[in-house]
Design a protein around this ligand. Structure first.
Ligand SMILES: Cc1ncc(C[n+]2csc(CCOP(=O)(O)OP(=O)(O)O)c2C)c(N)n1
Length: 334
């Protein structure tokens, strides 16, 4: 459990400690996933979130259990920060029936609806209208729940994202759009894909909009808390441009291919601002050490759990595609 609401013992912990635990969990999870994708245990590889942990941790620290989020192809960090079980998340990535989605979703479509994780998503920008739709439902029902949509800078010119901005502003929906601007969409730098400025673009739709240091978990958590409070008070949507960086390639296989589109000095500059190192400096050394040991054990257990899983049966491939009782095609009952 790593969201804003936790056990009584966790409530007593400082926000700095909780942020560090979430970030350490994501970092270690992703490092193991990288290794497991290179050995083929995770088929198809992953999009590593390493370097961006402060965004998922900071934003999810502002959310309660009933709030929801939509995620991206680089989604493990969001899923874990909202409180998903690392064992079942890793099992999902390994395609086993013990996974969050019985192994049907994999890395890019891991979801845990009960926790408000309305899915990682392989389609760039596709989570924005889902989050806006959820926010519309909350508004119609008079709930004070909030929806968050995470997406990358590459989604900033996706039509469906801009349409979501428009309706969110028009209807004052309780949604927070979190753009994780890591400067690159695969190998395309943002300066070659975005006309104008991201914050000004969102403000042009009538959204409250601001840039945030996405390498600083505290700053991100503060900005998210303010945005979420505004939503709950009926003050409408917010756009946060979280400036961050991915430390690894776009995809785990990129390093095997050895692509070199990013300048070594640029990569080095961002590494020097490692958000996990910055956050560890904000918690007592002994506490950080204890969390590191706790997470290491947790991830060992997750790896063991995932490795022990079974692949789904081939003749069940069409199961769980539709709600119970719906017919996929004549004669095939799901
Ligand atoms: C609609 C759509 N177009 C293109 C792609 C191919 N694609 C996958 S990831 C990606 C780059 C996304 O960049 P960004 O949104 O900045 O996220 P990041 O990878 O930096 O986290 C692209 C173009 C896709 N998955 N969906």
């Amino acid at each position: 459990m790593t969201t804003g609401e936790g056990t009584p013992a966790m409530e007593a912990e400082s926000r700095a400690v909780r942020l560090y635990r979430t970030m350490r969990l994501i970092r270690e999870f992703e490092e193991r996933c990288l290794a497991m994708s290179l050995t083929g245990e995770i088929v198809g590889g992953i999009h590593p979130y390493i370097g961006q942990e402060a965004v998922a941790a900071g934003v999810c620290a502002a959310l309660g259990r009933d709030d929801i989020l939509t995620s991206t192809h680089r989604g493990h960090g969001h899923v874990l920060a909202k409180g998903a079980d690392p064992r079942r998340t890793l099992a999902e990535l390994c395609g086993t029936t013990a996974g969050l989605n019985r192994g049907r979703g994999g890395s890019m479509h891991a979801a845990d609806v009960g926790l408000g994780v309305y899915g990682a998503n392989g389609i760039v920008g596709a989570g924005a209208p889902i989050a806006a739709g959820a926010a519309w439902t909350f508004q119609q029902r008079g709930d004070d729940r909030v929806a968050v949509s995470f997406f990358g800078d590459g989604a900033l010119s996706q039509g469906v994202v801009l349409e979501s901005f428009n309706l969110a502003a028009l209807w004052q929906l309780p949604v927070v759009f979190v753009c994780e601007n890591n400067g690159w969409a695969t190998s395309l730098p943002l300066k070659r894909s975005l006309a104008g400025d991201a914050v000004e673009r969102a403000a042009g739709f009538g959204l409250t909009a601001r840039a945030v240091d996405g390498m600083d978990a505290d700053a991100t958590a503060d900005a998210a808390a303010e945005a979420v409070a505004r939503c709950r008070e009926g003050g409408g949507p917010t756009f946060l441009e979280c400036r961050t960086y991915r430390f690894h390639g776009h995809h785990s296989f990129e390093e095997q291919v050895g692509l070199t589109y990013r300048d070594a000095a640029e990569v080095g500059d961002w590494h020097a601002r490692d958000p996990l190192v910055a956050q560890s400096a904000r918690v007592p050394e002994a506490t950080a050490g204890a969390i590191d040991a706790e997470i290491s054990t947790l991830i060992d257990e997750a790896v063991e759990f995932a490795r022990a899983g079974q692949a789904p049966e081939a003749d069940e491939a069409l199961h769980h595609l539709y709600a119970d009782g719906t017919t996929a095609r004549p004669g095939v009952m799901i």
